[in-house]
Design a protein around this ligand. Structure first.
Ligand code: GLU
Length: 476
């Protein structure tokens, strides 16, 4: 007997989409219009490096333009291909709709191993790719706004922003052509941590609902929960760090490119991140049990599994062996459609990617608004807020003196209360609010009793509903 075939990433997203639309009553044709990718641009360009011309292949796919600009990261990886960018662009459409970021979905990729090139070479390659995209308005503040993804970060976004600026010298909004920039190039506080922070806020919200916790066969709070993280890149690192330092979770295994580390007593996320930065991998780290085939640790007993690296890591070959009762998809597409079915049948609860990793694009949205408004959040109101708080503190001081022994202000109350919110506090507040609201809309559908037995289908239903409403408003 032939083993069932694993669908491609894009087919996997389509299968999940189809499962949800089967429960909806969309007009004929609209379903197809929403599902398909509008356009994918492929570019091949040459850059003279190390004495010879190297040809690179890049893509920018636009999935849905029901809202513009369209939004989504640019990834630098050898595995980049058209199927992958199209799947990722589709996920961006659903993600933005779910968290109410007013964008359509897009994604880009460049087939390159960024570790093979030095910074100067990467700058030349990135600028050339940005030039090719900007020339066709595939980078543009009101049409298409990229962001970081795997293999890219602040540095690449700064090059892209500068390249766009050079080509559009009189565009006052040029900084809004890309998000995820460094602060000094128009970025926003909290963007780098945003996706990992969003994963933390998503879990915090999940654990506010005893009914949902029970569905995963868990109980209690996040405190003491055993967590396994796959991928200690920007997303996995921040998620694991915050859960460990602020919520009392125990990180019992970390899986990286070169192998996995396990320690039931808990691993030190910060120390391991530093080790990786110095040694290029987790091998040789003095604590925990190392194995070369780290993916085996995906199958360990734990409470929460966080795949935060590549797509398709939980697939039909290992899904049956996954023991985690709760999976939160910090990466895009880490669970294939086939694995999703196996896990659902086992009763595993999956907090889906389009919600779980939406923190990045949410804060990108704030950055884009900041760039268009040309002012930092909190700049106008902060001192005013502090002055008003000072009035209350002064009154409380009087009360304190008057009441003598009977009452006194808690020691750190004054300091905490007096501090007005700066940009970082406002960004975190906006992100937390977004993650709570999106979860609630998803769980309402999940518990609606209308054949929706998982959060992923619920997420698709909510977001497809929103995209369909936009299309209707456009007269389609
Ligand atoms: N690359 C991130 C994602 O997959 C962020 C996209 C953005 O900020 O536009 O969601």
């Amino acid at each position: 007997m032939n083993a069932p075939k694993e669908p491609s990433f894009r087919e996997s997203v389509d299968l999940m989409f189809n499962r949800a639309v089967a429960l909806m009553d969309l007009p004929p044709g609209l379903e197809e219009k929403i599902r398909v990718c509008n356009a994918t641009y492929t570019v091949r360009f040459g850059v003279r490096l190390r004495g010879q011309i190297h040809t690179f292949t890049g893509y920018r796919s636009v999935h849905s333009e029901h809202m513009e600009p369209v939004k989504g990261g640019i990834r630098f990886a050898m595995g980049v291909n058209q199927d992958e960018v199209e799947a990722l662009a589709a996920l961006m459409t659903y993600k933005c709709a779910l968290v109410e970021a007013p964008f359509g979905g897009s994604k880009g990729g460049l087939r390159i191993d960024p570790r093979e090139w030095d910074a100067h070479e990467l700058e030349q390659i990135t600028r050339r790719f940005a030039y090719e995209l900007a020339k066709r308005d595939l980078i543009h503040p009101s049409q298409n706004v990229p962001a970081p993804d795997m293999g890219t970060g602040e540095r690449e976004m700064a090059w892209i922003a500068d390249q766009y600026k050079r080509m559009n010298t009189t565009d006052i909004n040029s900084r809004a052509c890309v998000t995820g920039k460094p602060i000094n190039a128009g970025g926003i506080q909290g963007r780098t941590e945003a996706t990992g922070r969003g994963v933390q806020y998503a879990l915090q919200e999940f654990f506010r609902h005893p009914e949902d916790i029970a569905k995963a066969g868990l109980s209690g709070s996040l405190d003491g929960k055993r967590v396994i993280v796959q991928g200690l890149g920007n997303v996995g690192y921040h998620a694991a760090k915050f859960l460990q330092e602020e919520d009392g979770c125990k990180v019992t295994a970390i899986i990286e490119r070169d192998g996995g580390l396990m320690d039931e007593d808990g691993l030190d996320v910060e120390a391991i991140r530093n080790w990786i930065a110095k040694h290029g991998g987790v091998d040789g780290y003095p604590k925990g049990k190392f194995i070369r085939d780290g993916s085996k640790y995906l199958e360990n007993e734990c409470d929460i599994l966080i795949p935060a690296a590549l797509e398709g890591v939980i697939n039909m070959s290992n899904a049956a062996d996954i023991k985690a009762p709760l999976i939160i998809e910090a990466a895009n597409g880490p669970v294939t459609a086939g694995a999703d079915q196996i896990l659902r049948e086992k009763g595993c609860v999956i907090i889906p990617d389009m919600y779980a990793n939406a923190g990045g694009v949410t804060v990108s949205y704030f950055e884009w608004v900041k760039n268009l408004s040309h002012i930092r959040f909190g700049r106008l109101g902060r001192r005013q807020e502090e002055a008003r708080h000072q009035l209350i503190v002064d009154e409380l001081h009087k009360l304190d003196e008057h009441l003598g022994e009977k009452w006194s202000m808690s020691p750190d109350f004054k300091q905490k209360y007096l501090r007005g919110a700066g940009e970082l506090e406002l960004v975190r507040s906006g992100l937390d609010d977004t993650m709570r609201a999106a979860y609630q809309s998803m769980r309402e559908t999940w518990h609606s009793g209308e054949n929706v037995d998982d959060l992923r289908t619920a997420a698709y239903l909510v977001s497809i509903g929103k995209v369909a409403d936009s299309y209707r408003a456009l007269g389609l």
